[in-house]
Structures are given as structure tokens and as C-alpha cells.
Design a protein around this ligand. Sequence first.
Ligand SMILES: *[C@@H]1O[C@H](CO)[C@@H](O)[C@H](O)[C@H]1NC(C)=O
Ligand SMILES: *[C@@H]1O[C@H](CO)[C@@H](O)[C@H](O)[C@H]1NC(C)=O
Ligand SMILES: *[C@@H]1O[C@H](CO)[C@@H](O)[C@H](O)[C@H]1NC(C)=O
Ligand SMILES: *[C@@H]1O[C@H](CO)[C@@H](O)[C@H](O)[C@H]1NC(C)=O
Length: 648
Amino acid sequence: MLNKKAQMTDDQKPLLKPQCRNMANMSWHDLRRSLIITTMKCRNYKRKSVFIILLGITILTLFGYLQTISSRYYVNQQPCRIPDLNPWDPSISNYIKQTESKCPELPPLMTVDHKGYLDFNQTSARHYGIKTKDLQCKYAVVQRNEDNDVIFEPEKEILLPFFIPGRFYRVQCKNKTGIIVYDFVHMNAEYLESSYGNIDTPEDNETYSFFFVGIDSASHSHVLRNLPLTYKYLTNDLHMYDFKGYMKVGMNSFPNLCPLLTGKSETEFPFYLNLMKMDSLPLLWKEKEFRSHMTLFVEDRPEIALFNYIKRGFVDQPTLYYFRPMSLAMAKFTPVIVSPLPEVTSECYGNLHQYDIVLEFYRRFLEKFRNKLRFAFFWNNQMSHESYTSLWQGDRPLLDFFHFLKYRGHLNNSILIVLSDHGYRLGGLSTTYVGRLENNLPFLSVYVPESLKRRFPWIHTNLMENSNRLVTVYDIHKTVSDISKKQFEYKTDGLVYSQRTARNLFHPIPKERTCVDAGVADNFCTCQESIKINPSHFKTALLGNYIVENINKLLEKFLISCHELKLSRVVDARVIYRSQEKELSVWEKFRHFLSPPEKDYTGRYTLTVETVPSFGLFEGVVVYEEFRESPDKGVEVAFAQQWIMADI
Ligand SMILES: *[C@@H]1O[C@H](CO)[C@@H](O)[C@H](O)[C@H]1NC(C)=O
Ligand SMILES: *[C@@H]1O[C@H](CO)[C@@H](O)[C@H](O)[C@H]1NC(C)=O
Ligand SMILES: *[C@@H]1O[C@H](CO)[C@@H](O)[C@H](O)[C@H]1NC(C)=O
Ligand SMILES: *[C@@H]1O[C@H](CO)[C@@H](O)[C@H](O)[C@H]1NC(C)=O
């Protein structure tokens, strides 16, 4: 959907200078990628496909000596009031729609059974009028060639049924006239290289398995709107804890999932910015406590994958079961069942939905190691990442999956974490105020097995309390890590710190917790309510121009090919005034004492501005401070630009 948005019609293209024109032809992801790398080369787009560019928290002040004051004040130290959002808020009703993507309804000609044997489905063969005896079939095992490519090994002839010794393989069959009537990639979760032997360790009532189910770009509200069956099942049947104060800590997926999987901010791993391989990341499942766990990492959409998008991926396969080669192999050729099927898309592989394939791989892995220790990290990008209207289609498949987990006994000794990384960030709803709040409040729900709650009854009490507290991915990491180390002593720490503090979700989390304590970047802290101000308020033009000036500074290098931007109008403006916050610092009190402001306009302003030419939309956060240095001097101002979001 957004791909289409980013592409322009031919009659628009001549408006662009050559360099910008090239960008107009890029796919949305390439576009975003190149924009992030070059920090906005051009932005003469008429269409509004939104993306967000975090330009880093650059504190720019007109008065250098004020820098410390500004940054100290503007770190939000107020206890968090978690917004109570209405998923059906009238202001977003225009965006709440459902669209459907259907894959061709064709019966499967071949399947891999639960023992790992590939065979024809004779019912389907009859349906297609195919005599399976007449077909000549061969297979080629998919071989991982580092993280961004796969190769097919030399083909071998087979007679079905057959156990093909490979995790993923391509099967091709010709009929008597030599026409290819079947060409498909299959997966075999039963296959284990002999070198693995019997390293699997049984679960017991004190050592747990960990299952993650991640849905990219699904805010808490978005889940309530689109996954009603799943949500009800998690809450009522699995008795999971629904964390309403779960807040994102960074802009997009990696800044949120890096802390989840390592306990640290991505900024603590600067090497990945240099496009180094990701193997040295201290990922959770690599810790020694998980050495006996069978590991799985499944992610769809290889072009935007967590460790590969603007990054180099892994040299060595990161987990025992790793889905990426399958998705790369699927993208290599157009599948055939009797006749060629439509091109592979992010939604469909032949007659199969992409989400069914990843969930099936997850299921087969869990079954293969039933009752054994497992660590499984599943991340789905396709359901919700690019379209605001598609998530509802995941409700049935997800419900079936969770139902399967329970009824096959997979949850007896397991922790299940269902979560997202952030809400919807790309256009549509994210351009509304409610949408922007939703973006900061993703979905998180946690399952703890009865046996563990019986051992430590306080876990339940605390989880109930904490489901209304400010929590983040850092806390999830800490919780998983503590469980894996069998650290179950009851701890309570009611203090709130002025630095990031990872807290175990099983222990009491203070009501007074701040974004700083939680590790939420100031730009995404959604704890104080902002006041809407009239866009024609006399301050907004000043601040709007300040934002545009800073965008132009970033574009300086590219002005040969792109226009300088000018503020056309301020579309929307909100502020959290300093006076709304309870405590002023001693220094500020002193300054107010020297020169009490008549009306103190000091505060954190969030503006959406439109620029000319070509009417791009940007959002910027500017901290504005007003004071008199001495009573006889005029009002002076300081700005601190915190970040800019581009809505192009
Ligand atoms: C075989 O295909 C039919 C539809 O043609 C389907 O109903 C059935 O479930 C399939 N059997 C297996 C084992 O996949
Ligand atoms: C082989 O498949 C092609 C395409 O489906 C078909 O036209 C042809 O008749 C088939 N040949 C035989 C012997 O079934
Ligand atoms: C765990 O299982 C063992 C063996 O079945 C049993 O002796 C022990 O009491 C159990 N522990 C808990 C906390 O249920
Ligand atoms: C899970 O627990 C249930 C109820 O205690 C039991 O009936 C079932 O056999 C267990 N399943 C497994 C796989 O251990």
C-alpha cells in the first residue's frame, strides 16, 4: 500500500530534479532506507506517505550556556499517568477499516507429514486430474549463503513418499510431456543434523521454556480493534496479564527489540551502524542459561527483517531453527501447482498465506521438541507493518495458534509473551493525535504457568498491579533473564531513579515510575497530557520556522538538487507547559523569583508543519524557554529541538 503511495504518477515526475526523480522510483523501503542513511536527500514528494526520521536528540540552543538548564528541565521526571485511550475514538474513525488480501484457493498437491515425509496429496491430485505415478520429481536442499542469500544444492531425483534431509528444500516435478507441473519450497521441521544428537533437555517444573509471539506495529488499541477473538482468548482462557502501560522506548523496531533481546539500548552497540555483522550481539537466547534450550527464530519479510534492514545480519545461523533461508528461497522463483501461480508477495506464497507458513513452522518446531526446553522468538512483520487495515486477518490464525499451544500442553511449563514493538507509524492514523499516542503504547501480554504461580503466589498479585504500571522492553528482558536464572526471591524497590532501571515484572513496580526510570526516550514519553493550541497562536510561527530552519540545515548538502524549504503553515500544535509540571528545579525557581513571567510560555511544543514547495508534512518537538535575564532586559528565548518526524 505504501509502496504505491511513495511512487508517483508520471505527470508528477517532471517536477522533480533528477536526483529526486530516482528516489521517486524507489520502493518505499529503499526510499526510507536511503533517507535514513543520507538524512533526507530530497523530499519533493507531493504524496503523503509518512515516515519518521529520528534525527537524534540534538539540543540546539541560542544561548549555549543555557544548554544544561534546558536539558535538565526537559527531561520529564513526572510520575507517569498512563493515557486511557479509546480504541474507537471518533477522531480516528475514518481510518478504522478492514481490507482483505486473498491467496488463490487451490488445494495442496504435496505436504510434509508430521514425521517429516514429503508425499502427494492424492485427493488434490485427483482434483487436478494428475496421475502422480506419471510425475518425475527431484528436490534441491536450500543452503544458507550467509544471511542475505540462499543457494539450491544440486538436484536429486526422488520417489515419494520421501524424507528429505534438509530443513528447507525445493521440489520440482515434470509430467510426461516434460512440463513443470509442480515447483514449491517446503520445510521439514523433523530434520535434525546428526551432529545434534540428543542434546534436548526435558522441561520440568522449575526450568521453563520461553515463547515469544511478536506482531510488528500493533498498538494496544489496534489489537483491541482487530484481534478481538485472540485478545479474549489470551485474557479469559489463558489468564494472561495485559499491560496497559507498556510504552515503546525508541522509534521503530530495532530500537525497541534490541533492548528486549539484549537488555541494552541500541546506542550501546554502535558497531551495527558501521554495517558490521550482528553475530556479536549478546542476544538473550545465547546466554548460558539457555544452553539446553532448543532455539527458534522466525521472522517474515526478509527485506525489512530486524537484523537485516540497514544492517548486515548474521554470519552464523543465530538459532538452531532459523526461518530466514526459507523466506529467501520462497522469493527466488514463482511457484507452480499444475500451472504457474501468481508472483510471490508479502501476503501470499502460491496458495498459502505467508502468516500461515510462519505459524506452521513455529508449530512444527514446538511439536518436534514437545516437553523439551525451548526458546522461541517469533516476529511477524506482514500482518500489520505496512497497512493499517490488515491486522484483523491475523485474528483467526493467531487464535488457532494459541489454542494449539494450550491444547497440546505446550504451556504447562512455559512463559508466553505476546507483544509488539510500537504502534502504527506510517501515515494514515499516525497523522492524528490519538494515533500518535497509540504509536507509543504497543501491545504486551504475558502468560505465567499455573505451576509457577502456585509456587510463588505473589507473582499473580504483582502482575495484576503491574499491568497498570509504566513498563518497557527492558523489564521484559530482566524478567526473562531472572526466570532463566531461577531468581525468584521477592524483591521490592519502591524508589524511582534518575536513570534507566530494568525491573522484573514479577516484583512491585512503583506507581511513581517516570519515563527516565523506565528507559523511555523523552520523545516517546506519553505520560503527560498535552494541551492543543491554536495553530495561529503567535508562538507557533516562530517555532515552526525554527523547525524548518533545522530541516534546511540537514538538507544543506543536497540543495544542489533539492529546493530549500519554507514554512507554509502550522497544521497542528500542542504543548506541555512547564507550569503543568509540579516541581521546578531550584535554579528555575530562582529565575522565576528574579523575573516572574507574566505568562510563562515555556514548554515542550509538538508541531506539525507544512512546507513549500510540494507540501511535505513534518512533525517536530521543540523545547521553548522564556525568561528575562534581569528585570530591565526584554524577554529572551532559547530553543531546544528534540526531534523531527517527516511526513512526506
Ligand atoms: C489433501 O487435500 C485436501 C484438499 O484437496 C485437504 O482437504 C486435505 O486436508 C489434504 N490432506 C493433507 C494430509 O494435507
Ligand atoms: C503436462 O502438463 C501440461 C500443462 O498442464 C499439459 O498441457 C499436458 O497435457 C500435460 N501432459 C500430460 C501427459 O499430462
Ligand atoms: C517439582 O517436581 C518434583 C518431581 O516431580 C517434585 O518433587 C517437586 O515437589 C516439584 N516442585 C514444585 C515446586 O512443584
Ligand atoms: C499438561 O498439563 C495437563 C494438565 O495438568 C496434562 O493433562 C498434560 O498431559 C500436560 N501436557 C504435557 C505435554 O505435559
